[in-house]
Design a protein around this ligand. Structure first.
Ligand SMILES: O=C1NC(=O)NC(C(=O)O)N1
Length: 312
């Protein structure tokens, strides 16, 4: 299968990318994704202006039997300069996306001003959906704040930009966020981030699994697949066609990848299952996807992308 896909000035030859936050904290982790068979791109951990240690531990739990995770990392990262050094200093094998975050609007603007002034020429992903910083509401759940930030960003930022969104659960919210995003020259939207503020209990001890926020954390893996598919589908139906979609959420096998393509995904990102299985996951997913294509006699992605069928 020819997976060639373009987003802005970047050409991808495989569908898969790591989800920001997974296997992308350090140069070593980033290089493991660069060198992973069937990886199409790499994205850095969402970077703040300065290095952050993040929330106290335990802050991550994976159930590798059920392919589910919960996390409250709290945006630990090595700071924007570390990741800028990586993307500028290394002859990168794959298109490398730069994830940016800010705990306030000023930090977002300052980070993007630094990127704008740098020689970085790839895609930038503005994370508007981190669910694990106490006392901070998710920006993308505040539609006025989202519009204000995008106004301020696009007043100066001229490099290709995407936004990372949280899941929405109301048709009116799909309408509202799409109406906002369609007003801006976005290269893409990445949907979804983890499903915020879930709760997982240890049956042995009647205790929460993670320490921060008394156990509340972002959910990932199989348990969020239906929500992720719905968000990809709803956004694809509403966004201008030139705004591409990176689908994230619930991908643990080839059928999940196929389903995201049916919903309109241009690329597919893997978070929880990458964390559980490691970078060999991309080759497994691609193999399973090719088996589905063979069964269905599919030879071109245009036969799948956005071709979800409804009941007449
Ligand atoms: O955007 C994020 N999504 C998550 O699920 N976790 C991280 C974090 O907590 O750093 N950030």
């Amino acid at each position: 299968m020819d997976y060639t896909t373009k987003i802005a000035n970047q050409v991808f030859h495989h569908l898969f990318i790591n989800a920001a936050g997974v296997y992308c904290q350090t140069f070593e982790e980033l290089e493991q994704i660069q060198n992973a068979p069937c990886a199409g791109a790499v994205i850095t951990k969402s970077a703040t202006a300065k290095e952050r240690s993040g929330n106290s531990e335990p802050r991550y739990f994976e159930n590798s039997v059920e392919h589910n995770t919960i996390n409250s990392m709290g945006l630990p990262n090595l700071g924007i300069d570390y990741y800028l050094n990586y993307v500028l200093k290394h002859s990168l094998k794959l298109p490398t996306l730069f994830s940016i975050v800010g705990l306030c609007q000023k930090e977002i603007i300052d980070n993007l001003k630094k990127l704008q002034a740098s020689d970085f020429s790839g895609l930038t992903e503005l994370n508007l959906s981190y669910p694990n910083v106490s006392g901070k509401p998710q920006i993308a759940y505040d539609f006025a704040a989202t519009r204000e930030i995008l106004d301020n960003v696009f007043a100066f930022y001229s490099k290709p930009l995407g936004v990372k969104l949280p899941p929405y659960f109301d048709i009116a919210h799909f309408d509202q966020i799409a109406a906002i995003l369609n007003d801006y020259p976005l290269a893409y939207v990445n949907a979804i981030n983890s499903v915020g503020n879930g709760l997982v209990i240890d049956p042995e001890t009647d205790t929460v699994m993670i320490k921060p926020k008394d156990g509340f954390g972002g959910l990932g893996g199989k348990q969020i697949k239906a929500t992720a598919l719905a968000n990809v589908r709803a956004l694809r139906q509403r966004l201008h066609p030139q705004i591409k979609i990176i689908a994230t959420g619930g991908v643990t096998n080839g059928r999940n990848v196929y389903d995201h393509l049916l919903c309109g995904a241009d690329l597919v990102s893997v978070g929880s299952q990458l964390g559980i299985e490691g970078p060999t996951v991309f080759a497994r997913l691609e193999k399973e996807l090719e088996e589905i294509f063979a069964d269905k006699g599919i030879t071109d992605l245009r036969q799948v992308r956005g071709k979800l069928k409804l009941i007449a």
